[in-house]
Design a binder for this molecule. Structure first.
Ligand code: SF4
Length: 173
């Protein structure tokens, strides 16, 4: 998996101050995407042990609320294995930090598929082990600069645990 950037003390991609990993690879190609340089899986640089150490150094700080995975799309087929592995590492080391995922796929596209193939299984396992999913493609005609944590009004900031408990979408508050 390649990535473009690790942002420290990020206030724009989830609650509190966070460390955010922007990965390479996105097949959505939304009109007026802010990060088209991340679409190609080969763009950026390889995610290596130095990058992992940098993330852990950020998460070690008391005031960092958690990690956000963005891009690009962390749920691109090329990324799901490594993202799931990373989430497991974060969960093992940091019991009280939160995990947010940004993706161009909708909750329904990910969760209503039968667990028949590896990519679907990884995507669903990523959801099961994260706290918040911001879902859906960026839609220029629904862009809203005042919408917290997302770029367009069709995207939802989903509380994963409550949504799974209720079997219906519950938005994060
Ligand atoms: S899903 Fe996100 S990164 Fe991918 S094209 Fe759409 S806005 Fe850009």
């Amino acid at each position: 998996m390649n990535y473009h950037n690790i942002v420290h003390d990020d206030m724009r991609n989830g609650s509190g101050l966070r460390v955010t990993l922007f990965v390479s690879g996105c097949e959505h190609h939304c009109n007026e995407c802010h990060n088209p340089q991340t679409w190609n899986c080969e763009s950026g640089i390889e995610f290596d042990t130095d990058a992992l150490t940098e993330i852990f150094e950020q998460l070690d700080k008391e005031y960092i609320s958690g990690i956000t995975f963005s891009g690009g799309d962390p749920l691109h087929p090329n990324n799901v294995r490594e993202i799931f592995s990373l989430i497991q590492k974060v969960r093992n080391r940091y019991k009280h930090k939160t995990v947010w995922i940004y993706t161009g796929y909708t909750w329904e596209e990910i969760m209503s598929k039968p667990r028949m193939d590896d990519i679907t299984i990884y995507r669903q396992n990523i959801i099961f082990t994260s706290d918040v999913l911001v879902d859906g493609e960026f839609q220029r005609d629904k862009a809203d600069v005042n919408y917290h944590w997302a770029g367009s009004a069709n995207q939802r900031v989903i509380d994963i645990k409550k949504t799974l408990e209720n079997n219906d979408i519950v938005l994060w508050k």
